[in-house]
Design a protein around this ligand. Structure first.
Ligand SMILES: Cc1cc2nc3c(=O)[nH]c(=O)nc-3n(C[C@H](O)[C@H](O)[C@H](O)COP(=O)(O)OP(=O)(O)OC[C@H]3O[C@@H](n4cnc5c(N)ncnc54)[C@H](O)[C@@H]3O)c2cc1C
Length: 283
């Protein structure tokens, strides 16, 4: 079993930021990604807060990330990490294919969408990627929900938004753009019932401003907030370090996650190179 200095879990902005920076000082670095390089930013309709780009969409930025990390292809494995086991001097990382040993494990696994427990059996989607049909309902009223409505509109879908609030926390420009593409926006709503009616679609009963509605949709996106997406960890200790949006909601911007990856790598690099805690890690 090869020994790594750093195993990074997650190839989103945080994991990539860490990889790019740490690779300047350490060679035994391995990054695991279960899906694709770029992480959640892939779904962004229009990114205007990334350095170097006036305006760019999520797919294009992921394509650029992929190109940027091509030279690290030996350091990247497309495997899902299943669990971690911590020991005093190392961590064992179990993936769907093998077990790896590392001194430090950087967890950059992002966030996972919350579910509606009552309807969990329906396995509602959280992202637009594999959405089917023309009439789509988005349940949720945060920026991720609204942003996806713009992408769906661009793909020729009719979008309805059902939110339990009134969008008071979302970016006003984003809301303005959404209001231009759909009039079917229901605020202060409560889902009363949600069923799969046949193989094709869903029936939703909901209440909005004291009025009851019954609507049919081809597909649904559930986007009602997120929580930490942590793999199972046995005996967690200081060899496990969180990075990017998995740390907290406040990190929910690609640029912040990327910067957090770079910052963490710089801090660890300085600390380890100086041999304050450990002087056996060699370049
Ligand atoms: C619709 C939408 C629009 C957005 N718009 C913007 C925007 O305009 N500007 C902006 O800055 N941000 C935007 N964001 C937010 C941005 O995408 C996130 O803040 C950012 O991607 C978080 O980066 P991260 O690296 O922390 O996590 P993520 O991007 O979520 O990356 C985590 C990665 O870890 C992988 N992973 C998870 N578990 C495992 C495992 N067990 N094994 C292996 N791999 C695993 C995932 O596949 C994923 O690739 C948007 C997000 C969405 C969904």
């Amino acid at each position: 079993m090869e020994n790594y200095d750093f195993v990074i879990i997650g190839g989103g902005p945080a994991g990539i930021g860490f990889l790019l920076q740490i690779s300047k000082d350490f060679k035994k670095v391995l990054l695991f990604e279960e899906k694709r390089i770029g992480g959640d930013i892939f779904y962004a309709h229009k990114i205007t807060n990334f350095p170097g780009f006036y305006e760019i969409d999520g797919k294009t930025i992921c394509f650029r990330f992929e190109n940027q990390v091509k030279k690290f292809k030996r350091n990247i494995k497309f495997e899902k990490v299943l669990k971690l086991k911590c020991f005093k001097n190392y961590v064992l990382v179990k993936t769907e294919k093998d077990i790896y040993k590392t001194r430090y494990c950087i967890i950059a696994t992002g966030r996972k969408e919350k579910i509606l427990k009552k309807y969990s059996k329906l396995k509602l989607k959280n992202r637009y990627e594999s959405i089917k049909g023309k009439n789509i309902c988005i349940i949720g009223g945060g920026e991720v929900a609204l942003d996806q409505s713009l992408t769906l509109f661009k793909k020729g879908k009719n979008v309805t938004i059902i939110s339990n609030g009134n969008f008071d926390k979302v970016n006003k420009e984003l809301l303005k753009s959404v209001k231009k593409i759909t009039k079917r926006i229901y605020q202060f709503s409560k889902i009363l019932d949600l069923k799969k009616v046949d193989k094709k679609g869903y029936k939703i009963l909901f209440q909005s401003r004291s009025k009851n509605y019954k609507k049919f949709f081809d597909d649904i996106i559930l986007s009602i907030g997120s929580s930490k997406n942590l793999p199972p960890i046995n005996n967690r200790n200081e060899r496990i370090i969180l990075c990017g949006s998995v740390k907290s909601k406040k990190m929910k911007q690609g640029s912040i996650s990327f910067a957090d990856g770079v910052k963490l790598a710089m801090e660890l690099s300085i600390k380890l190179k100086r041999g304050r805690n450990e002087n056996s890690i060699k370049k």
